[in-house]
Design a protein around this ligand. Sequence first.
Ligand code: ADP
Ligand code: MN
Length: 392
Amino acid sequence: LPNSADLKPYNFAVAGHEGTLCDPDGELFIKPCTQQEINFYETAYEDHKSFAELMPVYIGTLSLNDATDMESLNEQLPAAASHISQGMKEEALRLAKENAAEAVAEAAKKAAAIRDHVTWHPNKTRKIATNKSVVLENTAYGYVCPNILDAKLGRRLWADDAPLEKRRRFDEISKATTNGSHGFRIAGMRVYKGSEDPAELDADGYKVYDKDYGRLQVNQDNVVDEMRKFIFNRLAGVDDDIGRAVAEAFLHDLRRVEEVLAGEESRMYSASLLFTFEGDGDALRAAIEQTPSSAASSVSEQGKKEKAGVVAVADVKMLGYGAEGDFFAQADMGQEDDEEDDDDEDMTPMPHIWSLKLIDFAHAEWVPGQGPDENVLLGVRSLIKIFEELSQ
Ligand code: ADP
Ligand code: MN
């Protein structure tokens, strides 16, 4: 079991508030959040299963007396983490301590249900105290060098309950950025070996684009080229062929996001699409090669045939999400449980290639009777156009 004194700050957040954490293994992402966000996760899992598939796996909540009290965090979370890494129930029950125990028990039940191909229902009776954090799948887990981009969605960025001052401020931002022109803006991004100049890289070798980048440097004329910097990077061995394949994979997911959102009646303000893919070209090729797909291996052999790359990644996608999630990711909902898939004993996670997730539901709600969220769909459709271009 991991040492329980090692809960650490999460270093891969590309945008948003301070105070995100992860467990020592890095499988979990813990974010202080509002009750509204918890409600949205829980109701998505209950009543909007296709939508929930677009979200990071929701493990549960943690209640902390003081979100900055590292000692109390250290007591609670690594236990949850070790538990999820290994296989489950007894450990959770041992942690009969406050709300952490409930989050752990939930995680255990969920992991067990997924393993057994049973639909998991979040525990609705959970008592929720103040200072809540949401415990999610860490979407950057399982990558050697994850490239990450947070695309903040919407032309309108404020919810109905926002005060006038905030509406004005956000409207100004929207007008001045691609939120206005495209319905999304890059809120943050990190690219492994994203610069030739070592001075521009952080200690881990990433070029980090902060929130000012998407506000001041990206505009409607250069947005496609700026997105290109996220996907294509010869410095890290992500050449044109494989980059196009990655773009095609994101395109596939974006179309699914559009389809699901068009079929739901929801409203989200300042939510994001979180793009993640393997930013190390060698690891990316290896990950594709390692997926049990003849098309996937054929593309890595003859990376020059871009169509093959497209097929390969689309193919990977069809393979029960082996390449994208770890053992619990996405396996539980809506998917047809494939009984032929008899490799359940082997829990070795596949190396990850890419993922696309909707995140940040602090201002999200269901609006039955009011139709789809055209404000967010505008951004999704712009991204589809851009990724069509990038995958050419
Ligand atoms: P905020 O309300 O502070 O904006 P977000 O939910 O947008 O919070 O998260 C902030 C940042 O944290 C995101 O830009 C992303 O980089 C990272 N992040 C969010 N959710 C996850 C997750 N499940 N796994 C990994 N990173 C995440
Ligand atoms: Mn955010």
